[in-house]
Design a protein. Structure first.
Ligand code: MN
Length: 237
């Protein structure tokens, strides 16, 4: 089997005004792709015009977690509880989503990645779950990243169900979530408080899945998400 190349998005930012700007990516994403049989191609934010050329050369896209998506991109004013935004990263990743969509290139979005997918394709976000949904579960867990802290009910018959089963126990490290779903996506998992935890593309045969949790920090059924991304990348190429 030819090992597929998987573009993994990284961020670029300063931790303090006097620090140099540095590229950042949790190594767990790279490890998950390697374990699943892919070759990681770490891609920092660059000019959006490069997205098509990159998409022509790789076999799959992994949109990673990180900063909040700028609300202007979904027609909203910034909420006071909005976190750090990285406009150059937003523009780059949205261009990558469109390039992947045009090519029907296998795409997995994680945490910020599910939000990027939804915004890129016309959806909106809840900017701060505790502000918008005061009775919501704790979605920014204080526990370690590899601890599963809440459940998510998986949509019967969904692609996600075939991977993780009818109920997923997930970790949770987000304060934003999907509000209005972009056309073409179907909700594939929901937390008990109604927060959307996963979506998948059902408008046509594009393999595109987004999860609000962090499967790269988990083992067991969650490794199947990366295996499925690699399988979809391999079958399409
Ligand atoms: Mn959650």
């Amino acid at each position: 089997m030819r090992r597929p190349l998987v573009a993994i998005t990284a961020t670029s930012r300063r931790e303090a005004p006097t620090d140099p700007e540095r590229l950042r990516l949790n190594a767990a994403y790279v490890d998950a792709i390697v374990r699943a049989g892919g070759i990681p191609v770490v891609t920092p934010p660059v000019a959006a015009e490069f997205a098509a050329a990159l998409a022509d050369r790789v076999d799959a896209l992994l949109l990673t977690g990180g900063e909040d998506v700028a609300p202007s991109l979904f027609g909203a004013e910034p909420h006071p509880a909005l976190g750090r935004v990285t406009p150059a990263r937003d523009v780059w990743e949205i261009a990558l989503v469109h390039a992947a969509r045009q090519r029907r290139m296998a795409t997995l979005g994680v945490c910020r990645g599910i939000q990027t997918l939804n915004v890129a394709l016309g959806g909106t976000l809840i900017q701060d779950i505790p502000s918008a949904l005061p009775d919501a579960l704790v979605h920014e867990q204080p526990q370690p990243r590899d601890e599963r802290t809440h459940v998510a009910t998986v949509t019967p018959g969904s692609r996600l169900e075939s991977l993780v089963g009818a109920e997923a126990r997930v970790n949770s490290m987000h304060h934003q979530s999907i509000a209005d779903l972009a056309p073409g996506f179907t909700v594939s998992a929901v937390a008990p408080d109604g927060v959307i935890e996963a979506v998948e593309w059902t408008a046509d045969a594009w393999w595109c899945l987004g999860v609000q949790w962090h499967p790269e920090e988990l083992d067991g059924a969650d490794a199947k998400l990366f295996a499925a991304l690699i399988a979809a990348a391999t079958s399409a190429s």
